[in-house]
Write a protein that binds this ligand. Structure first.
Ligand SMILES: C[S@@+](CC[C@H](N)C(=O)[O-])C[C@H]1O[C@@H](n2cnc3c(N)ncnc32)[C@H](O)[C@@H]1O
Length: 292
């Protein structure tokens, strides 16, 4: 970045061009988010302050952010922020960056629930966005959230504290249903809801992923064996023994996994019904299965 007197507008133009030259997918948006983060201004406020000069105290850290971004560090790891269900969450390299399509899991639960009180289990909570946004919307629910990654659980706890629901969510560490065996609330290991956004990428697809994902997000949050189904297969097989009568299992799948998942569900007699929901790109990405 050449030395000169920089205004917001020049800095955004220059950075967007530089990002584009380095193969960054949304160059202008990323430039705006990163500069806004540094100047503590929304993107709208940046536009309203286009002519404002930017001084050295901000130029130096901005250069650092630009350098990390062209190394493909995800924007959310640089700002430590991601919005989910209109709430602000802390994220860093310990957790997957929450994706907007995952909001559909939460929305489907909120529109399907029948009773005021529900016991809900989230497996693989990561940054805790699903458990926390449900807790904020449904303060009377009892929520248990697990993850096999202790570093991820530390982020999830921090987010639950920020949103004042840390006492409503019991966080447990362990492999899938294993920690549930250890805690039975009055002998009750059954839930009205089990929700999961599992890892579902084939390990053979690693090289085809964008560098932002492959080089920065945790492997444990992304990959699930050669066919991408190792966690989903166990989830479908094991969930019925942890579901209450009429209980529901809801989970996200990859864009090409719908038929394989139907085969797995058809083979599991415990499920009375199931449906697959399409995302906004018309791909079947959400599975809702109920026991009787
Ligand atoms: C795709 S991420 C989802 C994170 C978060 N729920 C979200 O939607 O953004 C999957 C999460 O599952 C966790 N995980 C992977 N394998 C697991 C297992 N066998 N048992 C429990 N958690 C697991 C990972 O550590 C990661 O946090």
């Amino acid at each position: 970045m050449p030395s000169k007197m920089w205004r917001v507008v020049d800095l955004l133009d220059w950075t967007a061009r530089y990002f584009q030259q380095h193969g960054i997918r949304n160059p202008r948006l990323d430039a705006e988010v990163l500069l806004g983060h540094l100047l503590e201004k929304s993107r709208l406020q940046l536009y309203l302050h286009f002519e404002m000069p930017v001084f050295q105290e901000h130029l130096t850290p901005f250069r650092e952010l630009i350098k990390k971004r062209i190394e493909h560090t995800p924007v959310s790891y640089l700002t430590n922020r991601k919005e989910f269900m209109s709430l602000d969450f802390y994220v860093d390299e310990r957790v997957l960056v929450p994706r907007p399509e995952t909001e559909q899991l939460v929305e489907t639960i909120l529109t399907t629930k029948t009773e005021d009180f529900q016991r809900l289990l989230e497996l693989g909570t990561g940054s805790g966005v699903i458990a926390t946004s449900l807790a904020v919307q449904q303060p009377e629910w009892e929520i248990v959230a697990t993850d096999i990654s202790d570093p991820a659980l530390a982020v999830a706890r921090k987010n639950a504290e920020t949103h004042a629901c840390a006492t409503q969510i019991k966080f447990l560490s362990g492999d899938l249903f294993e920690p549930i065996e250890a805690i039975s609330t009055n002998g009750n290991t059954r839930f009205d809801w089990i929700v999961c956004n599992p890892p579902y990428i084939k390990s053979t697809e690693r090289d085809g992923l964008s560098r932002d994902v492959r080089d920065y997000e945790p492997d444990i949050a992304l990959f699930a064996g050669d066919d991408g189904l190792t966690v989903i297969r166990r989830l479908i097989a094991e969930a019925p023994q942890y579901l209450a009568p009429d209980g529901k299992l809801i989970f996200e799948i990859g864009a090409t996994q719908a038929n394989a998942v139907r085969t797995l569900l058809d083979a599991e007699s415990a499920y009375a019904t199931y449906e697959l929901f399409k995302d906004y790109a018309e791909k079947e990405r959400i599975v809702l299965a109920s026991v009787s």
